[in-house]
Design a binder for this molecule. Structure first.
Ligand code: PLP
Length: 478
């Protein structure tokens, strides 16, 4: 019954869309076919449920609702209030957080809201107080200039990009690296693991206002109790960006000192990665920061995406079911199987393995750059992304690594054996790929040659796995 409902909902929706712009209907059908037919190993992606996807396609998209629940700058927001309250309530319950702000449109927005609320909460500045005024138009250009000067004196310490941190954790070209004086902590050069003593030493010397923990490409768990200890010792605010592993927190795989929410002053996240919700962001905060985070709009955000907040509520309701805990545990178990599959085939992994949802494969042992490996794998129907490894000799564009995550294929039902086969297929492709040469005859970091027949045999083998675990099995487009 549900399957046929979903099938007819999408079939009819695509007919309606196709009557206006058939090429968009065609691309939407093709995207489903492509996602169904490839091994999706991008660590930041997933497959949201039809309920979550359908919730995004409604007239809530048409509603403006700047402000907060019960305090909007537009009339007629009572239904948006219902949606936003429910999403926040589910989020508080799911993560055991005193306060949840579900308006951020993305992870980057969530981090910007967090940075501004930390500044507003901790920095004595008449200009910041003015910026918290309801009417931001009160600020003159001179105010902004002075403010920029004042903000320049605040400090942020985050994990470096090549150690696995995110752009928004103080990377210099990002606004987080411009609003603050920034320094970065890395990982131990021998083990690739976080060295808490080294982070503490850096924090003592640098004395940041904000200590950021969390990552995009670090394949290990973090002890947030230790990070909080470091923050407390130097008087910093601990901000944890759990965008990547929020699903493992929600699913109670990361508990105790591995659960950031009780230890961080502010926790930010995306909702679309391991958490398997709609594309969006969220901020969780301890009470002392709640009022400042609540001013995300108008400080950083405009109108919230009401249709996405509704989908967040649906996704959080799903994540509160016990089946989500089994899913989250399977994500971690599968990452272990994938890592073991590589290690037994003599591939090198950054940190020597994983204990979260991702592995970082060092492809230099295959004589390839990350860019070459990513392209060859894509030719064989394996979708990954290239990623820097610590002290990467090939920089952030070509890189020496491939990041692989298990959340998406775990949603499809892949288990231990399938992930072992995935490792086997990847090693086969990379072992049969040769780095190319430049026009001048030197080694190229981009061109490559995949041996004949390898793409076809990989697609045939992965096709068997994908057929065994179909994506949206009941969904048939008429
Ligand atoms: N924070 C982390 C740790 C991330 O990995 C990402 C995205 O990959 C973001 C923030 C940004 O999320 P978004 O792309 O939704 O802005």
């Amino acid at each position: 019954m549900t399957d046929s409902l979903i099938s007819s909902a999408y079939t009819q929706a695509l007919e309606v869309i196709g009557a206006v712009e058939p090429r968009i209907a065609d691309a939407t059908r093709q995207e489903l076919a492509d996602q169904r037919g490839s091994l999706k190993l991008i660590a930041s992606e997933n497959y949201a449920s039809p309920a979550v996807l359908l919730t995004m396609g409604t007239w809530f998209s048409d509603k403006y609702a700047e402000g907060t629940v019960g305090h909007r700058f537009y009339a007629g927001c009572q239904n948006v209030d219902t949606v936003e309250s429910l999403a926040a309530e589910h989020a508080r319950e799911l993560f055991g957080a005193p306060y949840a702000y579900v308006q951020p449109h993305s992870g980057i927005d969530a981090n910007l809201v967090a940075f501004w609320s930390i500044l507003a909460n901790r920095v004595e500045s008449p200009y910041l107080q003015k910026m918290q005024a309801k009417n931001v138009n009160e600020l003159t250009e001179a105010d902004w200039e002075t403010l920029r000067g004042e903000l320049g004196n605040q400090r942020l310490l985050g994990m470096s990009l090549d150690a696995g941190g995110h752009l928004t954790h103080g990377f210099r070209p990002n606004i987080s690296g411009k609003m603050f004086h920034q320094q970065q902590y890395g990982t131990d050069p021998e083990t690739g693991l976080l060295d808490y003593d080294a982070v503490a030493a850096k924090a003592r010397e640098f004395k940041p206002l904000v200590l950021v923990a969390g990552y995009s490409a670090y394949p290990r768990r973090v002890n947030f109790a230790k990070m909080r200890e470091i923050a407390d010792e130097v008087g910093a605010v601990l901000m944890v960006d759990m965008a990547h592993f929020a699903g493992l927190v929600a699913g109670k795989v990361f508990t105790g000192e591995e659960d950031p929410v009780p230890f961080a002053h502010i926790t930010t996240t995306t909702t679309h990665k391991s958490l398997r919700g709609p594309r969006g962001g969220m901020v969780l905060a301890q009470e002392e920061f709640a009022a400042d985070v609540d001013r995300g709009c108008p400080m950083v955000l405009g109108g919230p995406l009401s249709h996405v907040m509704a989908a967040k509520a649906v996704a959080f309701a799903e994540a509160r079911q016990s089946s989500f805990q089994a899913y989250a545990q399977q994500i971690a178990d599968n990452a272990q199987s994938l890592a073991d599959g590589f290690l037994k085939r003599d591939a090198r992994l950054v940190t020597g393995g994983t204990d979260n949802h991702l592995v970082l494969l060092d492809v230099s042992g295959f004589g390839l750059t990350g860019r070459q490996a990513e392209s060859a794998l894509l030719d064989a129907g394996v979708v990954t992304n290239r990623n820097s490894i610590p002290a990467d000799p090939n920089g952030a564009w070509y890189t020496s690594g491939i990041r692989l995550g298990t959340p998406a294929l775990t949603t499809r039902g892949f288990g231990h054996d399938e992930f072992d086969t995935v490792a086997e297929l990847i090693v086969d492709v990379l072992s049969n790929t040769e780095a190319g040469t430049t026009k001048a005859g030197g080694p190229s970091k981009a061109s490559y040659a995949l041996a004949d027949g390898v793409a076809d045999r990989t697609k045939a083998a992965s096709g068997e796995l994908l057929d065994k675990h179909p994506l949206y099995p009941g969904l048939v487009l008429g």
